[in-house]
Design a protein around this ligand. Structure first.
Ligand SMILES: [Zn+2]
Length: 612
């Protein structure tokens, strides 16, 4: 009896389910899903089988062959982060049908009322399962160490439609009596105005990549294997289709670098502004925040990142969250290589520069707890959402870039392709990667201090700030700000959002309020349509005690729920110069809370709690 993963109750001596068939009835009035999960094991098993659940109401567990009940139990207490294990007692059974209902406070699901959507007429629901939220939708072995295929049958009220990170198995059709089994009664399943949609995922994936959305969704093809879906109606769909028109070029660039694209479709779903991340690499259908649609194709970089996960993350997956850098460091590296091909080297370098700045800031954030600056941290008992940071992304990127510099790009490209081909559809750990590295690059351990990179805290001395003319110019302009110099119009004439973001990020954290105001008076950064620029500026304004921007901070925090913006703005407010900012943070959260995804609610709550 041993845990396979510090964040899952999955027992290393139990078999891992290889397939789950889900039947899900959506009750929008109650923000609840009534469902069943038919889990299939590789062979008959006798004894306990532990499944992760959080806030799931389990009604019964049935042997699908005999129809007999399977005994099950829960521990008396429930961990707020990890949930509680559902323990089945199997006797020579290779499948179990669990009948359950989700909770309205399921941490993976955000239910939006019609008023909270762009359609204003229909409700909307969507999932975010990474890191450990799939267990709040259905009972599963919620560890990336376990991979399974699935099929799903969704029952929705017309005219809502569903999309899934999976292949559509059939056209929308009427419900059929009896097909729901014990998941819900025929009276409910076949009630007037209901329709059924079916999906299948035939490639084995970890549970955190399970994803769907349902609501009023419009769609348009933008490439031979790419369709854009959006909740926001035709205006948003038009903008999204323009922004992501280059998707096919990116897929081709990715294939040239990393090998065949193995997932068939590469569709994109633009979610409402409350989506807590920039993007989520759900296979076959990436989920995106609408804030990446900026009209200047810079949102393409988020798409490049999520696309890169098709190889690093989805094909090769970190075994547990302690090895998250294998997903994110590799993907950040791969993203920049794709950006370099489709947008040029300067763009990729700016991207690296923003990342370098972000990595250095994380060192300050974790100054009191350097464990989380390690590439491979100890996360026993730690909520992964709580310590989510740029470290696995940017330190991971730096590590791979360091290896590339050591052996040369040509050799590194061959290495990466071989790595992907060797471990595809597997979940691996850092040690497996290091072994593979040492075998394929003999002597590398004598050239790079691998132990320091993987187990050491902080930033290793052989990490590198990127070098380019534009990058250096921006950083030197930012340094001149300290002497009271604001860049001249001709110096910023061809700057896009990324240049501004890099400039603001490189300014001193706290400067004279009057100087911040005059920078904004000249360049209207607080009103930028580019949220990266706007939020970077507002963060600087709050830290510098510019109270005149509190209104703009409030409206920003009420418009979007992307954690990349919530974290710095709420943090700047609670670190504010006086009680006024702390009180403002609490009031805004009280008013905006319901519009945030449950994961974002938890993160903001913990920022406020640390400074109460
Ligand atoms: Zn990522």
């Amino acid at each position: 009896m041993a845990r396979l993963d510090p964040h899952s109750y999955t027992d290393s001596s139990h078999p891992l389910a290889k397939h789950v068939a889900l039947t899900l009835y959506f009750d929008f009035a109650a923000n609840t899903i009534h469902g069943s999960a038919l889990l299939t094991l590789p062979s008959a098993h006798t004894g306990h089988l532990l499944l992760d659940t959080r806030l799931l109401l389990v009604h019964s567990v049935i042997d699908p062959v005999s129809g007999a009940p399977i005994p099950f139990s829960f521990p008396s207490s429930d961990d707020p982060v990890f949930g509680r294990p559902l323990s089945l007692s199997l006797s020579a059974q290779s499948a179990a049908l669990v009948v359950f209902s989700t909770s309205p406070s399921s941490s993976a699901l955000q239910w939006l009322s019609p008023a909270q959507t762009a359609s204003k007429a229909y409700p909307f629901v969507y999932t975010q399962c990474q890191s450990i939220h799939a267990r709040s939708i259905f009972p599963c072995q919620d560890t990336p160490a376990a991979r399974l295929t699935f099929s799903a049958r969704l029952n929705l009220p017309s005219p809502l439609t569903a999309v899934m990170a999976a292949a559509r198995a059939a056209d929308t059709r009427d419900p059929i009596a009896g097909e729901a089994g014990p998941a819900c009664s025929d009276a409910l399943w076949c009630s007037p105005g209901r329709a059924v949609e079916e999906f299948v995922m035939d490639r084995p994936i970890p549970a955190y990549l399970f994803a769907f959305a349902a609501g009023c969704i419009a769609s348009r093809d933008v490439g031979p294997r790419t369709r854009v879906h959006a909740e926001g109606g035709l205006v948003l769909l038009d903008a999204a289709a323009r922004e992501f028109a280059g998707a096919e070029d990116m897929i081709r660039a990715g294939e040239a670098l990393f090998g065949p694209y193995e997932w068939g479709r590469f569709d994109l779903l633009v979610l409402p502004p409350s989506f807590p991340y920039g993007g989520m690499e759900n296979p076959m259908m990436v989920f995106l925040t609408p804030t990446v649609i900026k009209g200047d194709a810079s949102g393409a970089q988020v798409v490049a990142h999520e696309l890169a996960h098709s190889w690093t993350g989805n094909l090769i997956t970190n075994k547990t969250n302690e090895h998250f850098w294998l997903n994110e460091g590799f993907t950040t590296y791969a993203e920049r290589r794709i950006v370099e091909v489709v947008q040029g080297e300067e763009r990729a370098v700016l991207n690296t520069g923003i990342g370098w700045k972000g990595l250095n800031e994380e060192m300050e954030r974790f100054a009191d707890n350097m464990e989380f600056t390690k590439l491979k941290p100890n996360l026993e008992g730690i909520d992964p959402d709580e310590v989510y940071s740029q470290v696995p992304y940017e330190k991971g990127f730096q590590f791979l870039w360091r290896i590339e510099r050591q052996i040369g790009r040509l050799a590194f490209d061959v290495f990466v392709k071989k790595y992907i081909a060797t471990f595809k559809f597997q979940s691996i750990d850092t040690e497996t990667f290091l072994e593979f590295l040492k075998v394929n690059v003999p002597g590398i351990e004598n050239q790079i201090d691998l132990k320091l990179w993987v187990e050491g805290t902080g930033i290793p001395p052989d990490a590198m700030e990127p070098v380019s003319t534009i990058y250096s110019k921006i950083v030197s302009l930012a340094n001149e700000f300290k002497q009271g110099k604001i860049p001249k119009e001709e110096e910023v004439a061809d700057w896009s959002g990324q240049e501004w973001e890099l400039y603001i990020e490189n300014l001193p954290k706290s400067v004279e309020a009057s100087q911040v105001a005059s920078l904004d008076a000249r360049y209207q950064l607080a009103e930028s349509r580019d949220y990266e620029v706007k939020v970077a500026f507002l963060q600087l304004a709050v830290s510098s005690g510019c109270k005149e921007y509190h209104g703009e901070v409030e409206s920003t925090l009420k418009q979007v729920g992307r954690m990349k913006y919530l974290r710095p703005l709420y943090t700047a407010l609670v670190h504010g110069t006086g009680d006024e900012e702390k009180m403002l943070a609490r009031r805004i959260f009280a008013e905006a809370r319901d519009s945030y995804h449950p994961i974002a609610q938890g993160v903001v709550q913990s920022i406020l709690a640390k400074h109460s």
